[in-house]
Ligand binder design. Structure first.
Ligand code: ATP
Length: 455
């Protein structure tokens, strides 16, 4: 059997679905170390066994998965700095973050969650982290715990769920079926839990990438440490393009790609720019929606940008905010700035959005962290129309108006609007659709039956 090398990070996941999420996250990044993901099975003994069996001679060990929330939290997978066990013993992992309580049996009700928070000050709870931290400390291992919230503080976890996981970490489908047939009332709770689990795991994936990068920073040779963005090395900087992409259309993709190329031409000294599509959780600028799920919008975008070089989809906003909450560009751009350091950050927006930019939350913070780039679209599809509207608003100074004028990038004008596309999809207006929606995206929409009966 091959021995672990000292540049290996071990990721221990109590459940199979957690391991799947961890592997997906790690596939997306370029690493200077080896990563080994193992499924331990649930509970303290299983996790202790996994650490004992696999963790010797590793650079660090990470416990990864989902947890319960004990209080309302802004993030679904907050950084965890400390574990507190039932006997009050505390284990410190890092300097910044919240405390997680490790308990021997699941905490099911909001009352019990509130009590545990009261007693320990912990913000999250799981059934393994105390045993995991103790096992790592005994062996002198560097360790971290990463947990995404699957059942929030104000929700009851249905009791049968506890028996749905087999000792090997896989879901016991037979048992689930028996429970659902005998207690149909569980179905709703299960659907809700499944959707929260995927949201929790998406957030945990992002935290895993950050943690692995933090743990391996000292391992990367100096000459090979470009900032990584969605697993891509950032050369000159990034062009951030946000939207609901519900669904993505050629206006989004063609214009954004042309805008990025134009920005590269305008700034020849800075090198290639990575084009980053950022699907919004819920646009603060829209009354309702999105219609398609987060996962479907990400999948459609991935298909839509398939042929565009140096383009990525970044699910930061979807994983950062709680379900149904709006996501704000100011926070996203600040996070981009933290990742890329001094490199160029452009925020690309359509002219229809730019005329309302003065109403965006903390727009001055965006301007501190990014340069704006504007692509023209109806109804402001010429520089003159756009600039006369900006002047008419009366909110921008002369200096700022010239900034806006310089921000206009030359892109093709594409008449496509997602709202109209949703209506056309509902009415199956195939011919017109083929011209404005990528055929792979159309295929996906048809396969999944999206946007039916929405009007
Ligand atoms: P909806 O009709 O649902 O409001 P949309 O087509 O306007 O959707 P969004 O996802 O809201 O698309 O837009 C994301 C970004 O793309 C915005 O900055 C928007 O101005 C820009 N954009 C949308 N359509 C076009 C287009 N045809 N040409 C250029 N930019 C576009």
């Amino acid at each position: 059997m091959a021995h672990e090398q000292s540049n290996t990070i071990l990721v221990v996941c109590p459940l199979g679905i957690e391991a799947k999420a961890a592997r997906k996250a790690l596939n997306d990044i370029r690493l200077h170390v080896q990563i080994r993901v193992v499924v331990s099975g649930p509970g303290v003994d299983a996790v202790k066994r996994a650490v004992c069996k696999h963790a010797s001679n590793t650079l660090a060990v990470i416990l990864f998965g989902v947890a319960g929330g004990l209080v309302e939290l802004a993030e679904l997978a907050p950084a965890i700095s400390e574990v507190v066990a039932s006997d009050g013993k505390r284990y410190n992992a890092s300097s910044r973050g919240v405390t997680i309580a490790g308990v021997d049996a699941p905490i099911l009700t909001p009352t019990a969650k509130a009590e545990l928070h009261e007693q320990t000050g912990a913000m999250l709870v799981d059934t393994e982290s105390h045993a995991f931290a103790a096992a790592c400390e005994e062996r002198g291992l560097r360790w971290r715990v990463i947990r995404g919230i699957s059942d929030p503080f104000d929700q009851t976890l249905p009791e049968p769920v506890v028996g749905w996981i087999k000792p090997d970490g896989r879901t016991d489908a037979g048992r689930v079926l028996i429970d659902l047939v005998s207690k149909p009332g569980l179905i709703r709770a299960m659907i809700r839990l499944a959707s929260q689990t995927s949201a929790g795991l998406r957030a945990a994936r992002r935290r895993l990438i950050d943690t692995v990068q933090e743990l391996t920073q000292s391992e990367s040779p100096e000459s090979e440490t470009p900032e990584l963005f969605c697993g891509e090395a950032v050369e000159g900087g990034v062009v951030i393009f946000g939207g609901t992409f519900d669904p993505p259309h050629v206006g989004h993709v063609r214009c954004a790609a042309a805008a990025r190329d134009e920005l590269e031409t305008q700034h020849p000294g800075c090198g290639h720019l990575l084009l980053v599509f950022v699907p919004a959780a819920r646009s603060p600028h829209k009354q309702s929606g999105p219609v398609a799920s987060d996962a479907d919008r990400v999948a459609m975008l991935e298909l839509a940008i398939g042929d565009v070089p140096r383009a990525k989809v970044w699910d930061e906003e979807l994983t950062r905010v709680q379900v149904d909450q709006p996501s704000y560009s100011a926070d996203t751009i600040q996070r981009v700035r933290q990742i890329v350091g001094q490199k160029k950050v452009f925020l690309l927006i359509g002219s229809d959005q730019a005329v309302a930019f003065h109403r965006w939350r903390l727009y001055d913070k965006i301007l501190e962290n990014a340069e704006l780039a504007v692509q023209l679209r109806e109804p402001f599809d010429s520089s003159e129309l756009f600039m006369s509207m900006m002047r008419e608003l009366g909110v921008w100074s002369d200096h700022q108006l010239s900034m806006w004028e310089n921000a206009i990038v030359k892109t093709p004008i594409v008449t496509a609007v997602a709202t109209d596309i949703r209506t056309m999809l509902d009415q199956d207006d195939t011919k017109a659709l083929g011209e404005i929606v990528d055929e792979r995206v159309l295929g996906y929409i048809r396969d999944r039956g999206l946007y039916r009966s929405i009007c």
